[in-house]
Design a protein around this ligand. Structure first.
Ligand code: 5MM
Length: 339
């Protein structure tokens, strides 16, 4: 079992590949569809995900796709399940298993992620449906007096319990403690909060006997908040990010796959590239949602006639990010995609 977990974790990030986070819950995909004026009907969601998963040569840059519960039960036009469509291309199917972040009782303004009840049985079912890795996202909010130690510990404990159940089922856990970049905090504050978050997370993973070689970490970059007066250069973000992780993330973790967190598509690529110019003992790659899909979603606009252009936009972003995961991206490669 340990070997299978190690091999799966390594395969997802092999050859500078990364992950497509296509695990938007119904509420989130509805917001995305609202932004392009498309009704969030089940068939539209299926069509859009099919467009992404069948994009020609996406497998050159994408090693894994995170699916939502509805999506792992859906199929392509020819009846092939999405998990099989991906596996046939050598892309590993994954599943989001948390049921969302909710207000933590007694901790105003902070959230704790739920979904542990019945998770052992759900893992068994998801493995049968083809999932070989999973994801659980904790949301950490920077604010006046937050995050508190109590909130960090509650989220770390849930992440560790999830990871233990995942590995028991032979499924690689992606551990995602996301420090939000929505506030106006400085890079230094993000550095401090990310360090505290990762300390608590790894302490809990040790306590629960998690096999780190069969685990991937999905964190935020160390970056100023969106509203910060002083923004930072990719080099400053890269230096702060790599130094933070060198201090708290064991080299046994095979891959750190960053979330994009609201960065623009090119910004997320440029920052990942700068991070890889420095490098570290882990594969440093991507698990982007918005930063891989924004152009594709807009290019599609709900019209099947635009499907090919949308696929090209997605594959372009995936390729740019795989180059960034090798530290080989440059702005000159950002050719406009023909509509
Ligand atoms: C794709 O978005 C994921 C699902 O979010 P919800 O559960 O709120 O619908 C999300 O977990 C995502 O995987 C990560 O936050 C990274 O996404 P971004 O867009 O920040 O790269």
């Amino acid at each position: 079992m340990a070997h299978e977990l190690h091999d799966t974790a390594k395969a997802i990030v092999a050859d500078h590949k990364g992950i497509l986070a296509a695990d938007e819950s119904t509420g989130t995909i509805t917001k995305r569809f609202d932004s392009i004026g498309v009704e969030s009907a089940e068939e539209n969601r299926r069509f859009y995900r099919q467009l992404l998963f069948t994009a020609p040569r996406m497998e050159d840059s994408i090693g894994g796709v995170i699916l939502y519960d509805e999506t792992i039960r859906q199929s392509a036009d020819d009846g092939t399940s999405f998990a099989e469509v991906l596996s046939a291309k050598g892309v590993i199917p994954g599943i989001k298993v948390d049921t969302g972040a909710h207000e933590q009782a007694g901790f105003p303004g902070e959230k704790v992620t739920e979904g542990l009840d019945g998770l052992r049985e759900r893992f068994e079912e998801y493995r049968g449906l083809g999932a070989r890795f999973a994801k659980w996202r904790a949301v950490i909010t920077i604010g006046d007096g937050t995050p508190t130690d109590g909130n960090l510990r509650a989220n770390a404990h849930a992440l560790a319990r999830y990871a233990a159940l995942s590995q028991e089922a032979g499924i690689v856990p992606i551990v995602e403690p996301e420090v939000l970049m929505d506030a106006d905090n400085s890079l230094e504050v993000c550095w401090e909060v990310t360090t505290r978050t990762l300390h608590e997370t790894f302490a809990a993973l040790y306590e629960h006997g998690i096999d780190l070689q069969g685990t991937l970490l999905k964190p935020n970059m160390v970056i100023p908040g969106k509203g910060a007066r002083d923004q930072a250069s990719p080099e400053q973000i890269a230096e702060a990010t790599v130094n933070t992780f060198l201090g708290v993330v064991p080299a046994a973790i095979p891959g750190i796959v960053f979330l994009s967190g609201g960065q623009s598509e090119v910004q997320a690529t440029e920052n990942l590239n700068a991070i890889n110019k420095i490098g570290g003992p882990w594969a440093l790659s991507f698990s982007y949602g918005r930063a891989l899909q924004q152009s594709a979603l807009q290019g599609w606009g709900g019209d099947a006639a635009n499907a090919e252009a949308a696929q090209a936009a997605f594959v372009h972003r995936a390729r740019m990010n795989a180059l960034a995961a090798a530290g080989e991206w440059s702005a000159a490669l950002e050719q406009p995609v023909a509509a």
